[in-house]
Design a binder for this molecule. Structure first.
Ligand SMILES: *[C@@H]1O[C@H](CO)[C@@H](O)[C@H](O)[C@H]1NC(C)=O
Ligand SMILES: *[C@@H]1O[C@H](CO)[C@@H](O)[C@H](O)[C@H]1NC(C)=O
Length: 460
C-alpha cells in the first residue's frame, strides 16, 4: 500500500471552495453520503485528488488543483465508489486512488469547462493519462499562464481542437504575444480570443481576417475608448466581444465595423447578448439582408427599446399607417384576405411576407422611418375583433385540450394569418400540434413551395 505523505504546507495551500456553481444536492451520485457531510466529503476528495495528481502523477501543483477543483461531476462518480465514513473518508479516498488510476483526460475535459454530457464523445478508449494526449497539458499551461481562466479553455478546445491543442506551446506563445502588439494586454487578448477562437488558428488563410478583426477592436476599444467602460477581467471582455460577434455573425465585414461599434458602444454595454439576438431575429424574419439588420440596430439603437412582442395591431390599420393607399389596401384585402384581422406585432414580419411587402417595409425602416413600428397603437384592442371570432376563441380557451388548440392558433397567427373568422375555418381543418405544423410548414418551404401558395392552399 502506498501512503502519500501529506505536508502541512500543501494542505493549507488548498483553498476550500467549489468552482462548480451547482448545489451538491444536484449530484445523485452523492446520495449515499448524509447531506450535512457532503460538502466536506467533496472538499476532502478534491484535496486527495490534487495530491494524487501532483505527487503520484507529477502534474504541477497548480494544474493538479485546477483539475480537481473544476471536475465535481467526475469526482462525485469516484466518491460514490468509496466507502463513506465521516472520520476516515479522506484516507479511504486516498487509498482508493492509489489502487484505481483515474481517467485523467475525463477529469481534465470537465475542468476546462466541457459539459459532462459531451465528454464521452471526446474520449478515446486507449487513452487514459494526460501524458498520452500530446501537448494538451502544455498548451493549457501556456493559455492559463497567459491569463485565460482554466475553466473556459474548453471553449477554445471545442472550436479549434486541432489548430490550438495540436500546436507546439512555443508557437502559441508567439501568436498570443503577437496579439498584444495590437495594443492590448493579456486580459483583453484572452477575452477577444474566447469570443473569436479562430484567431488562434495557426492557418495562414486567416491572417487577413485576424488583422481586420484586431483593426476593428483597436478602433472600438482604444480609439473610441470602450476599454475604459469594460471591467478589467477576462469574463467582461469575453462578454462584450460575444455581443460584437452577434453583428459579425450577421455578415458584417471584419475590418469595416470599428467606427460603427465605437459610435454604437452603448448598444454593446446596455443590452445582453440574448436580448440583442432576440431583436436581430425579429428583423431577420423579414427575410432581408442580415448585414442590413446589423446596420439598422447599430445606427438606430432606440429601436432596441421598442416593444416588438406584445403590442396588438389591426393588420389593415397598420398597412394604412405605414402608407398604403386606399386602392392598395383594397388589393391586399382581395388578394390576401387571410391576413386581415388582429395580430401581434411580433408576427409582423410574417404578415408582411404574406402580403409581399416585407422588403419594401424594411427599406422604409432602414431609411429612417423605424418610428412606424412604435407609434401605432390600437385604442381598444377588441374593436377589431369580430364577434364570431371571439366566440370561437372562447370555445378554444375553455376546451379541455386548450393548450394544444391555442398552440395551433398561434402557429397560424405566426405565419401571417389574422384573427379573423376565416382563419378559424383554416384552424378547424388543420390537424397537429403547433410544433408539428411548424415543422411541416418549414419542410414545405424548404422544398421550394412559395409561402403564399402554402397559406392560400390551407384555406381549401
Ligand atoms: C502575459 O502573458 C505572458 C506570456 O505571454 C506572461 O509571461 C505574463 O506574465 C502575462 N502577464 C500578465 C499580467 O498576466
Ligand atoms: C376578416 O376577413 C374578411 C375577409 O375574409 C374581411 O372582410 C374582414 O374585414 C376581416 N375582419 C377583420 C376584423 O379584419
Amino acid at each position: 500500500m502506498r501512503f502519500v505523505p501529506i505536508s502541512i504546507s500543501l494542505c493549507s495551500f488548498i483553498s476550500l471552495r467549489f468552482s462548480s456553481s451547482l448545489p451538491l444536492c444536484k449530484f445523485p451520485k452523492l446520495r449515499k453520503i448524509p447531506y450535512r457531510y457532503r460538502a466536506r466529503a467533496v472538499e476532502q476528495a478534491q484535496q486527495a485528488l490534487t495530491e494524487y495528481l501532483h505527487m503520484t502523477r507529477y502534474l504541477s501543483f497548480t494544474h493538479a488543483e485546477h483539475i480537481s477543483k473544476n471536475s465535481v461531476v467526475s469526482l462525485s462518480d469516484l466518491i460514490s465508489r468509496v466507502e463513506f465514513s465521516n472520520s476516515n473518508f479522506f484516507r479511504n479516498f486516498q487509498k482508493f486512488l492509489s489502487y484505481h488510476p483515474i481517467n485523467e483526460i475525463e477529469f481534465f475535459f470537465e475542468s476546462i469547462g466541457i459539459p459532462p454530457s459531451e465528454i464521452n464523445g471526446l474520449l478515446s478508449r486507449h487513452e487514459f493519462f494526460l501524458s498520452e494526449k500530446g501537448n494538451i497539458l502544455k498548451v493549457a499551461h501556456v493559455l492559463s499562464a497567459f491569463g485565460f481562466p482554466w475553466n473556459r479553455l474548453g471553449k477554445l478546445y471545442k472550436e479549434e481542437i486541432f489548430s490550438i491543442f495540436g500546436e507546439t506551446p512555443d508557437a502559441l506563445t508567439v501568436r498570443l504575444n503577437g496579439f498584444r502588439e495590437f495594443g492590448f494586454d493579456n486580459v483583453s487578448v484572452a477575452g477577444i480570443c474566447l469570443a473569436f477562437p479562430f484567431v488562434l488558428n495557426g492557418n495562414d488563410e486567416v491572417i487577413g481576417q485576424i488583422d481586420a478583426l484586431f483593426g476593428d477592436m483597436r478602433r472600438v476599444f482604444l480609439h473610441f475608448g470602450l476599454t475604459s467602460r469594460v471591467e478589467w477581467n477576462v469574463d467582461s471582455w469575453h462578454e462584450i466581444c460575444r455581443k460584437i460577434r452577434v453583428f459579425y455573425d450577421l455578415g458584417c465585414e471584419k475590418g469595416k465595423m470599428g467606427e460603427l461599434f465605437g459610435r454604437g458602444q452603448n448598444v454593446l454595454l446596455q443590452y445582453s447578448e440574448e436580448f440583442l439576438v432576440q431583436k436581430v431575429e425579429f428583423f431577420c424574419r423579414f427575410d432581408v439582408n442580415k448585414a442590413d439588420v446589423a446596420l439598422l440596430l447599430l445606427q438606430n439603437p432606440e429601436i432596441l427599446n421598442y416593444d416588438l412582442e406584445s403590442p396588438l395591431i389591426s393588420v389593415l390599420g397598420f398597412l394604412k399607417h405605414i402608407g398604403l393607399s386606399e386602392e392598395q389596401l383594397k388589393f391586399v384585402a382581395h388578394e390576401y384576405p387571410y391576413v386581415l384581422g388582429r395580430n401581434k406585432l411580433s408576427n409582423l414580419p410574417h404578415v408582411m411576407k404574406a402580403v409581399d411587402l416585407h422588403q419594401w417595409f424594411f427599406d422604409k425602416i432602414m431609411n429612417g422611418e423605424h418610428h412606424l413600428l412604435t407609434n401605432f397603437v390600437i385604442s381598444s384592442p377588441d374593436e377589431y375583433l369580430e364577434n364570431e371570432f371571439n366566440l370561437h376563441l372562447e370555445r378554444i380557451q375553455t376546451a379541455r385540450n386548450h393548450k394544444y388548440m391555442i398552440g395551433k392558433l398561434e402557429f397560424l397567427l405566426g405565419i401571417g394569418f389574422g384573427e379573423n373568422v376565416s382563419t378559424m375555418k383554416v384552424f378547424s381543418s388543420l390537424h397537429g400540434s403547433s410544433v408539428e405544423l411548424q415543422e411541416r410548414f418549414e419542410c414545405l418551404l424548404q422544398q421550394g413551395k412559395p409561402q403564399n401558395d402554402l397559406r392560400a392552399s390551407m384555406q381549401h
